[in-house]
Design a protein around this ligand. Structure first.
Ligand code: PLP
Length: 387
């Protein structure tokens, strides 16, 4: 018996594979600086942990509504209204175990064989895999380093077709840390205004922005009705293991998403949802402190990488990734990432793990302590000045 063909379309996450190899190296006694995983190194804030504990003690341990607890959906609607400047009703919100199911459910609900869906390249590898598994054709949308890793608008316009049903945007972005400027969002909105398609705007890094506040395409005139906003708690509230995220959908899609969720997981853990209410309604100072620390680290890693011969690194506006161009080292990005791991003891990811346009780049997650980032820079500098 063979596996279904759709399984071969899915793509794993390179970060987990590199983590396994880095751990194997550590098991031999080597010190490794971990810059491969996209997970904040801060603990979940104490008030959120306390709310989760209390929820379990209070008996929030049973089945609940598929769409999510009404109080949490209300808190999400208020949060998204305030941060994106658009009216959002709690009836549009679906709470999921992590933000990833929003991708899965949206694509299963909207895409069919013969459809096309556009995704950023380089981009979060899950996009291409799930588009493919849905039966639709993934169409890469190149990002340009020269435009701060925003979209190549000419190629975007050329790639749009009558079969385009879904466009995935991600800002601030994984793996580049780039943000899409408002003028580009407006240009995209103009190009899709008359088209029968949906934009899935992955805004999971929305609160982790260093310069301007990111703009959501949903806030552009006419776009709210054709935009799904994906967001969650994993990154901004350091809640990766709690598994909680959400989508804000045009109302006509919500029932289909709930049908998929009741078929797959029933709903998100009840006590986790209580903790998430505290995340949104409680004090926000831990988010601010974390973002300030990420900003300090960003400056150290970007300046450090730019001081190494053969490396050029753009200054990212958000998330916690640096995506240096390493073409002038003369090595492919996978060869260089391997040498940096084996010879310098620094774990990072080759850019092509994020799509063909990622070749020639590396991704460093700076969700690691400042002194470890400095150690990593020193080691990479020694490696590249000696070779
Ligand atoms: C761009 C992007 N979208 C979505 C997710 C998924 O988030 P979650 O862990 O909440 O499922 C990630 C996590 O790495 C991400 O980087």
């Amino acid at each position: 018996m063979n596996l279904a063909g759709r399984i071969s379309r899915l793509r794993g996450e390179g970060a987990f594979e590199v983590l396994v190899r880095a751990r194997a190296l550590e098991a031999t006694g080597r010190d490794v600086v971990h810059m491969e995983i996209g997970e904040p190194d801060f603990p979940t804030p104490a008030n959120i942990v306390a709310a989760g504990r209390k929820a379990i003690a209070d008996g929030f341990t049973k089945y609940g509504p598929t769409q999510g607890e009404p109080e949490l959906r209300q808190a999400v609607a208020e949060h998204v209204s305030a941060t994106r400047g658009i009216p959002v009703s709690e009836t549009q919100v679906v709470v999921t175990p992590g933000a990833k199911p929003i991708l899965f459910y949206s694509m299963l609900a909207l895409l069919e064989p013969g459809d096309e869906a556009m995704y950023p390249d380089p981009g979060f590898p899950i996009y291409e895999g799930v588009i493919g598994a849905s039966g639709a054709t993934p169409v890469p949308m190149p990002l340009l380093e020269s435009r701060g890793f925003s979209i190549d608008l000419d190629r975007f316009a050329d790639a749009l077709s009558d079969r385009t049903r879904l466009i995935i945007l991600n800002s601030p972005q994984n793996p580049t840390g780039g943000t899409i400027p408002p003028a580009d969002l407006q240009a995209i909105a103009d190009l899709v205004a008359e088209r029968d398609l949906v934009v899935l705007s992955d805004e999971i890094y929305n609160l982790i922005a260093f310069d301007e506040k990111p703009t959501s395409i949903a806030s552009i005139d006419g776009m709210a009705d054709k935009t799904i906003i994906l967001d969650g708690f994993s990154k901004a509230y350091s809640m990766t293991g709690w598994r909680i995220g959400y989508g804000v959908f045009p109302q006509w899609i919500v029932d289909a998403i709930c049908l998929l969720q009741v078929s797959a997981t029933s709903h998100t853990a009840t006590f986790t949802q209580r903790a998430a209410i505290e995340a949104l309604r409680g004090p926000q100072d831990s988010v601010q402190l974390m973002v300030e620390e990420f900003r300090r680290r960003r400056d150290v890693i970007v300046n450090g990488l730019n001081s190494i011969p053969g490396i050029r690194c753009a200054r990212p506006g958000g998330a916690f990734y640096a995506f240096p161009n390493v073409q002038r080292t003369g090595m492919s990005s996978s060869e260089l990432a391997e040498r940096i791991l084996q010879d310098a003891g620094v774990a990072c990811l080759a850019g092509e793990a994020f799509g063909a346009c990622g070749e020639g780049y590396l991704r460093f997650s700076y969700a690691t302590a400042l002194d470890r980032i400095e150690v990593a820079i020193g080691r990479i500098r020694r490696l590249l000045t000696r070779s």
